[in-house]
Design a binder for this molecule. Structure first.
Ligand code: UDP
Length: 322
């Protein structure tokens, strides 16, 4: 029987790739999004697919549908977007999770929460294993997202313990690739757009802070493996690429890849910026099993090529590229 899958946040960067991949594996896909920070343009190419359907809906309101699996990805992940309306951000994380968990309970669906490395806050342990509880500022400008995602994890676990719900929690680390929004302020897309237009690349702070960047195809592969894993696997699982790189080195790599004449300039570090972030992915490696296979060089190549196409296309103007 065809598996029916709902993806909340399906018009987002990860959501649209997930919808596409699920369709390619034979699922029926219902994409749910209120398009607060995403655009329907990212799913235009799926609209005519016979097993694809999309629904404009804000998951802070209840929803009644019949599916076998729910991927809960709704919530803007970019600080620029989630800080625009912090109250709505935390409502999306918490009310959204309550509504989706209630739905999953009623229809006996398996449900996966897209959690985040932000649950570790500014970590004192490196790399971060799943049993590290994190160091999160509860009242900072990132807290609406970080604490919202932490509370969503709590809700998932309480539904699991109290109601026997089949839950999965993916702690997603920095991910990049085609269809990132050019104006979402993330470092990979910022640098690429700046480089393409020969504008100086804005490194915040001295650029010694590190991140570990996972290419989107690797991440989506792992997300589906996690959803498909046996019901006994319900603890949170880190998903990401453990290859750590400093922001300054990333800037140099993007300058190299694009061949831009732009230079690096430094700007003040935003509040609550993290010094280091790198996932310990041993559990994903052993249990799913999975490991990322795309190198940063290959990943940047295809991401740059995507942004170049966007820039050449006249839609680029509307999509905030200029
Ligand atoms: N960053 C930067 N220049 C930019 C955008 C971001 O130097 O134009 C830095 C940012 O301060 C952070 C890192 O790059 O230290 C990653 O930022 P991003 O927003 O992509 O991810 P997050 O901080 O959520 O991991």
């Amino acid at each position: 029987m065809t598996k029916r899958v709902a993806v909340t946040g399906g018009c987002g960067f990860l959501g649209s790739h997930l919808c596409e991949k699920l369709l390619s594996t034979g699922c029926e896909v219902l994409c749910i999004d209120n398009c607060y920070s995403s655009t329907k343009a990212s799913i235009y190419h799926l609209q005519d697919h016979p097993r694809f359907e999309s629904l404009r809906h804000d998951i802070t309101f209840p929803l009644y549908i019949e599916v076998d699996e729910i991927y809960d990805l709704a919530c803007p992940p970019s600080p620029i977007h989630y800080q625009r309306d912090p109250v709505q951000t935390i409502k999306t994380c918490i009310h959204g999770a309550i509504n989706m968990l209630g739905l999953a309970k009623r229809i006996k669906a398996r449900i996966l929460q897209a959690s985040t490395s932000e649950v570790y806050g500014d970590p004192e342990i490196h790399p971060q294993p799943e049993d590290y509880w994190g160091r999160v500022n509860p009242i900072g400008i990132r807290s609406c997202y970080d604490e919202g995602k932490r509370c969503a994890e709590t809700l998932f676990f309480d539904y699991h313990r109290q109601h026997g719900l089949d839950v999965k929690i993916a702690r997603i680390f920095n991910t990049y690739g085609p269809r990132m929004q050019p104006d979402d302020g993330r470092v990979v897309s910022n640098f690429i757009v700046q480089a393409i237009y020969n504008r100086d690349l804005t490194v915040y702070g001295d650029g010694s802070q590190t991140r570990s960047f996972c290419y989107v195809d690797d991440l989506i592969d792992c997300l589906i493996r996690l959803m498909d894993a046996q019901a006994t696997l319900s603890g949170p699982v880190n998903l990401g690429n453990p290859e750590e790189i400093s922001i300054m080195v990333l800037a140099d790599a993007e300058i190299c890849e694009t061949g831009t004449t732009a230079k690096v300039i430094t700007k003040p570090l935003p509040d609550d910026d993290r010094l280091r972030r790198k996932p310990d992915i041993r559990p994903a490696g052993e249990m799913l099993p999975w490991k990322p296979s795309t190198t940063i060089e290959d990943g940047l190549k295809s991401t740059v090529s995507h942004f170049r196409t966007l820039a050449e296309d006249h839609h680029g103007k509307r999509d905030g590229l200029r």
